[in-house]
Design a protein around this ligand. Structure first.
Ligand SMILES: [Zn+2]
Length: 396
């Protein structure tokens, strides 16, 4: 039987059960005239409660200041063809959304390397100057070869000459990249990558680095897991029960890298560890070369709005705007389009309460809603534009 079928919600049945426990109803008797639906409840996935709160609903069709979306996936590496790309988003469609939403520049993080990178640069940043920036990626397929440290450093120089503005590290490193032969996971702070981090720093290419994932992905998928529905929809996202390192171990390995390469700028994606802002604050305080983006994590930031607001005030020079936008409807919190940007703007600019963090009938990351931060103009300017522009040395 489908596991989801077991997770049913019978509001009427539950209310009746509670009343029975309090001795007000005889067994079999229900509350009121309504009979419970067949089966005693409705499946959780059919439950779409509408908020009855009478609170302001502000539409923010354009951001107050021009935006750099630091985290998008316009191109992706082609499946089974390393170094080749395919377009996930159509550049012309991007430009029309960008113009309507006040996005001056989109950063395509997954620009691959070699010929794929050259193609992405040609069709994005060269074809539309100022509107797109492209990042390169490491050649993971060669990571077990003896000359890799120098080879990879040379690749970064080559990518820089080709027009790459930075380096993207997917969570491949730390969770999936394994040594050829032994199958051992390669550590994030493995010294073979030191020349790569150093060269990127010397060329002023920021590192956009994603390690780990939400903390619940490391826990059993059981009734206590706050992301049960998300993990049920995407079972391969779970890192529980195999030889994966823990969340904190991955985070600490990234800190080792930031500590060893103080002249290299690291943008820790997805707020680094969005459920643990005290820890992220500690990291930012001890690593001056660290920034964070907010991509795909307004669902986390917006459910702790007071702590988030203080975090933005304190680290306003180190937070960049990003969405992780791509074309897949299976992750609505990242689905490129006007509704997505309007939610981000509402979250950052307004003090609206209890609204959806994704354009979807059911909150896809967890069943909660968010409150806006109402950031002051000076902070908005930095988060929308200035911090990312400085990191990528873009003309203002
Ligand atoms: Zn991403």
């Amino acid at each position: 039987m489908n596991r989801r079928k077991w997770m049913t919600l019978g509001a009427i049945t539950l209310a009746a059960g509670r009343a029975q426990a309090q001795g007000r109803l005889a067994p079999g008797q229900t509350t009121g005239n309504r009979q419970p639906p067949a089966g005693g409840g409705i499946p959780l996935e059919q439950y779409e409660p509408k908020s009855m709160l009478h609170v302001p609903q502000t539409r923010v069709p354009r951001s107050r200041f021009p935006v750099i979306d630091f985290h998008t996936h316009i191109t992706m590496t082609s499946d089974g063809a390393p170094g080749k790309i395919q377009f996930d988003l159509d550049p012309a469609k991007c430009l029309s959304v960008m113009d309507r939403k006040n996005i001056r520049t989109m950063v395509d993080l997954t620009g691959s390397y070699g010929e794929g990178l050259r193609q992405a640069v040609r069709q994005l940043s060269e074809a539309h100057p100022g509107r797109f920036a492209v990042f390169t990626e490491p050649v993971w397929t060669k990571a077990s070869e003896p000359d890799y440290p120098k080879f990879q450093a040379d690749q970064i120089e080559d990518a820089h000459k080709a027009g790459a503005k930075g380096l993207k590290i997917l969570k491949t490193l730390g969770l999936f990249l394994r040594e050829q032969g032994s199958n051992r996971l390669v550590r994030i702070d493995d010294p073979r990558f030191d020349p790569m981090w150093e060269v990127a720093g010397a060329l002023h290419m920021p590192i956009a680095i994603h390690v780990s994932d939400p903390e619940a992905f490391f826990l059993p998928i059981d009734r206590f897991n706050e992301r049960w529905e998300e993990l049920h929809a995407h079972p391969t996202w779970s890192f529980h029960g195999r030889d994966f390192p823990g969340n904190r171990e991955l985070q600490e390995a990234r800190r080792n890298v930031m500590r060893r390469h103080p002249r290299t700028q690291f943008v820790c994606l997805h707020v680094a560890d969005s459920e643990d802002l005290p820890y992220v604050s500690e990291c930012l305080a001890s690593h001056p070369n660290m920034s964070v983006d907010i991509a795909a994590r307004i669902g986390e930031l917006g459910r702790q709005p007071r702590m988030s607001r203080k975090f933005f005030d304190k680290y306003q020079d180190r937070i960049v705007f990003g969405t992780d936008a791509h074309s897949s409807p299976s992750t609505p919190q990242q689905l490129f389009g006007e509704p997505l940007y309007e939610i981000y703007y509402r979250f950052l600019e307004t003090e609206d309460e209890y609204f959806d963090y994704a354009p979807a009938p059911v909150p896809p990351q967890g069943r909660w809603r968010i409150d806006g931060l109402g950031l002051p103009e000076q902070v908005l300017r930095k988060v929308y534009w200035e911090n990312a522009a400085r990191l990528m040395a873009l003309p203002s």
